[in-house]
Write a protein that binds this ligand. Structure first.
Ligand SMILES: [Zn+2]
Length: 163
């Protein structure tokens, strides 16, 4: 079954999505507008594929990122990892929602590497909002995008398991 694409103009559906994922409409609006705006900061001369990302912290802050490419292609970094890198190095550790925006439709989802990166810092039920070129979106929980995932709790605490 394909996930539902919700137009951001569908007030009832947006309201329900916010309720389902424990965020306010104001937080949703910020995730939408900021992730869309963040696309303009992308450095993507090779793919021309702009991606914007915005993450929402548990204390209500938003941190934005965009993809940063490189002439040595694999060195480029996705918008989501740029945003999380910024947030973590600014002292944030707990996040309650992630938004990703692209210029295509249907919406693009975070790549596998980013799903794992997000896993480090979000609860399994954290919503990932994926906005298309028109602001319509799919929202899925992290555990749906990355089932049976490996996370920090699987490792012993540092120093507790000498080998
Ligand atoms: Zn990625």
């Amino acid at each position: 079954m394909s996930p539902t694409i919700i137009p951001s103009s569908d007030e009832a559906a947006v309201s329900q999505a916010c309720k389902d994922h424990s965020i306010t409409k104001t937080e949703f609006d910020a995730l939408l507008s900021r992730s869309v705006s963040a696309k303009a900061t992308a450095y993507c001369p090779y793919s021309q594929f702009r991606v914007g990302a915005t993450i929402l912290t548990h204390d209500g802050a938003n941190i934005d990122g965009a993809n940063v490419e490189n002439a040595a292609y694999p060195v480029g970094t996705c918008a989501e990892r740029v945003a999380f890198g910024k947030a973590v190095t600014e002292g944030h550790r707990k996040f309650k929602a992630v938004a990703v925006a692209t210029d295509i439709s249907p919406p693009a989802s975070p790549c596998g590497m980013c799903r794992q990166f997000i896993r480090e810092f979000c609860e399994l039920d954290a919503p990932i909002f994926m906005f298309d070129k028109n602001g319509a979106f799919i929202v899925m929980r992290l555990e749906q995008l990355l089932p049976l995932s490996f996370g920090p709790e699987a490792l012993p605490p540092p120093g507790s398991n000498p080998i």
